[in-house]
Write a protein that binds this ligand. Structure first.
Ligand SMILES: NC(=O)C1=CN([C@@H]2O[C@H](COP(=O)(O)OP(=O)(O)OC[C@H]3O[C@@H](n4cnc5c(N)ncnc54)[C@H](OP(=O)(O)O)[C@@H]3O)[C@@H](O)[C@H]2O)C=CC1
Ligand SMILES: O=C(CO)[C@H](O)[C@H](O)COP(=O)(O)O
Length: 474
């Protein structure tokens, strides 16, 4: 039997298309799925696209791989992944590679990588983004794990990844769980991006009384400029869609409760631990949570809001475009800060410019903006925040008046825009020379003797608030 170059186990939406992508690039692909029917279906439907080596059992799947073996797991993240890893580890040998392409939590990946390293098996936690279409035609691929495994896997992954200007959207992100961390932050930014788009749509629709189809035209126009991105492009598609059963706009027949599988929430949980303010992502996660409480929304429906009045059309559209762009810069800046913090915490040595490069194509957040982010990190790899890049700073300066008008209008007419508002608050917070954090420090020292530092002297101090109010070195 001819042995396969690489294998994929887990042949649902993502795994099936990834296997086809590999086969279309000339690799012979061992394929396996817990329920064998999926394996047979793949070979029956797409067997003509390349060389597939199907197996009904995992042992047969492993036996059908060339050494050192390369097996990609594309199963439901969580217990399913652990189950498959345990079975594969029993069947594999030192030097073999297990690639987990699912959306695993990076701490699970770190645990799995350490356990398999003990057995001499390379475990490569790999972020894969692009959904069903990307998996087939070229996703963005974010592998972690050892440098040695990258040498064996890198050429294949780069081959099947998306390309932008001939550059593959796949790079060795870093060791350990770095790949899944970066994918998690990608998804966090995805949440933030979608929330900002949804706020733009909602504000324009409520304020101007325009139809979803008219707004589709606005998004289509925006897609031609700085905002050009996959998510803006598909927003126009979704807004244009008419429900066949009712003849109503598609968005009006969809239940307005946003669901989530968890990667956005993980991003915020990790950011809290790392002390990085990812306010845009947090607001996006909370906005989904708010939408998902129909009982509270029904109970609050009688609460009063302001009357809708006095909103100018064309000016508001342009203002929202500018506010969306500025808020998007903030969302990306926060996500990149989080990657920088994790890189320091875990010693991953992440190249932030390279992360922007591999997100330019294939993935859900692909956007023109990423070229600019890459250029900013090329110019200064140690950039403390993207907001300080001279080009972004100039754009934010130019957008800020419009941004304030948008938030003011939203507040005035009672349309919630937590994404826009929190991004603007972040911008204003970061640019301030003095923050009210000084008062917070004073209060902490007052009630808990928590001490504070002074602007004019080194050291920590405590004021004897309950006594003579004299200051003492702490
Ligand atoms: N869908 C998307 O757009 C994206 C998904 N991902 C990630 O890729 C991975 C695959 O996603 P997707 O293709 O949507 O599939 P699903 O997440 O729906 O998972 C279904 C697959 O997992 C297998 N599976 C579940 N539990 C087990 C188990 N205990 N043992 C063995 N196999 C198991 C199923 O096998 P069976 O057929 O036998 O039930 C099936 O092949 C997930 O981790 C997902 O988070 C990443 C990027 C985008
Ligand atoms: O990984 C992805 C894209 O890169 C998925 O589309 C993402 O998991 C969707 O997440 P959620 O269901 O939480 O909105």
């Amino acid at each position: 039997m001819d042995l396969a170059d690489i294998g994929v186990t887990g042949l649902a939406t993502m795994g099936r298309n990834l296997a086809r992508n590999l086969a279309r690039h000339g690799y012979s692909v061992a394929v396996h799925n817990r329920t064998a029917a999926r394996t047979h279906q793949l070979v029956k439907e797409f067997g003509g696209e390349g060389t597939f080596v199907p197996s009904e059992e995992l042992a047969g799947f492993v036996a059908s791989l060339k050494r050192p073996r390369r097996a990609i797991i594309m199963v439901k993240a969580g217990a399913g992944t652990d189950a498959v890893i345990d079975q594969l580890a029993e069947l594999m040998e030192p030097g073999d590679m297990i690639v987990d392409g699912g959306n695993a939590h990076y701490q699970d990946t770190r645990r799995r990588e350490a356990a398999l390293r003990e057995k001499g098996i390379h475990f490569v936690g790999t972020g894969i983004s692009g959904g069903e279409e990307g998996a087939l035609n070229g996703p963005s691929i974010m592998p972690g794990g050892s440098r040695e495994s990258w040498e064996a896997l890198g050429p294949i992954l780069q081959d099947i990844s998306a390309k932008v200007d001939g550059v593959p959207c796949a790079v060795h992100v870093g060791p350990d769980g770095a790949g899944h961390f970066v994918k998690m932050v990608h998804n966090g930014i995805e949440y933030s991006d979608m929330q900002l788009i949804a706020e733009s749509y909602d504000l324009l629709r409520q304020a101007l009384g325009v139809s979803p189809a008219e707004l589709a035209g606005v998004f289509r126009e925006w897609n031609e400029g700085d905002l050009g991105s996959y998510l803006i492009e598909i927003t126009a598609e979704v807004l244009d869609q008419v429900d066949a059963a009712t003849g109503k706009p598609f968005v009006d027949v969809v239940v307005d409760q946003a669901e989530q599988k968890g990667t956005g929430r993980w991003t915020v949980q990790s950011a809290l631990d790392l002390g990085v303010p990812v306010t845009g992502i947090a607001e996006a996660v909370f906005a989904r949570a708010l939408s998902g409480h129909p009982e509270q929304r029904a109970a609050a429906a009688a609460l009063e809001g302001p009357a809708l009045s006095g909103v100018e059309g064309r000016e508001l559209v342009e203002d929202v475009r500018r506010a969306l762009y500025a808020s998007k810069i903030v969302a990306y800046a926060q996500g990149f800060d989080q990657m920088a913090a994790a890189s320091k915490e875990y010693g991953w040595d992440l190249d932030l410019g390279a992360m922007a490069t591999i997100w330019r194509g294939g993935c859900i957040i692909r956007a023109k903006l990423l070229d600019r982010i890459r250029a900013a990190y090329d110019a200064d790899p140690a950039l403390p925040t993207l907001l300080a890049d001279p080009d972004f700073a100039a754009e934010l300066n130019a957008a800020q008046e419009a941004w304030r008008r948008v938030v003011t209008t939203a507040v005035r007419i009672g349309v919630p825009t937590p994404g826009f508002s929190s991004a603007l608050a972040y911008y204003d917070g970061l640019r301030r020379d003095r923050l009210p954090a000084a008062l917070v420090q004073g209060l902490r020292d007052f009630f808990g003797a928590h001490t504070y530092r002074r602007v004019d002297r080194e050291g920590s101090f405590h004021t004897d608030w309950s006594g003579d109010r004299a200051e003492h070195p702490a």
